[in-house]
Design a protein around this ligand. Structure first.
Ligand code: CU1
Length: 129
């Protein structure tokens, strides 16, 4: 009787110990940018990002139609983000289902490189913790 109670306690202690380790790995989240609207014109990505806590290891998934000249995703710096300009050497994704791993802390900036789309609101800034 007593030994089974001790066994139960040991099991409980082990479960608690494992649970305490989980958040570090389980916290990596995947976000679909714009949720069901995806990556498109006419969406307020500032509002979408607002209140979300992005962390190193999280993934942003950009979903959009990827036909010729539809959309793309360009990773830019703050200056290009502000001016909606596309640097020649900027990493660019074009698949229509682009998963970007947020590999380091700090601010990340994304724009659509198609003419006029960034000005039309296709720009996303996230602060990664
Ligand atoms: Cu676009």
């Amino acid at each position: 009787m007593a030994s089974s109670a001790i066994t139960l306690l040991a099991v409980l202690a082990a479960v608690v110990a494992v649970a305490a380790l989980l958040p570090a790995t389980a916290s990596a989240a995947s976000y679909t940018v714009g949720d069901s609207s995806g990556w498109d014109l006419g969406i307020d990505y500032g509002a979408w990002a607002d209140g979300k806590k992005f962390r190193v290891g999280d993934t942003l998934e950009f979903l959009y139609s990827s036909g010729e000249g539809d959309h793309d995703v360009v990773v830019v710096d703050e200056r290009s983000f502000a001016s909606c300009s596309v640097p020649g050497n900027a990493p660019t994704f074009t698949s229509g289902d682009d998963k970007v791993s947020l590999t380091k802390a700090g601010k990340w900036f994304f724009i659509c490189g198609v003419e006029g789309h960034c000005q039309g609101g296709m720009k996303l800034a996230v602060n990664v913790h």
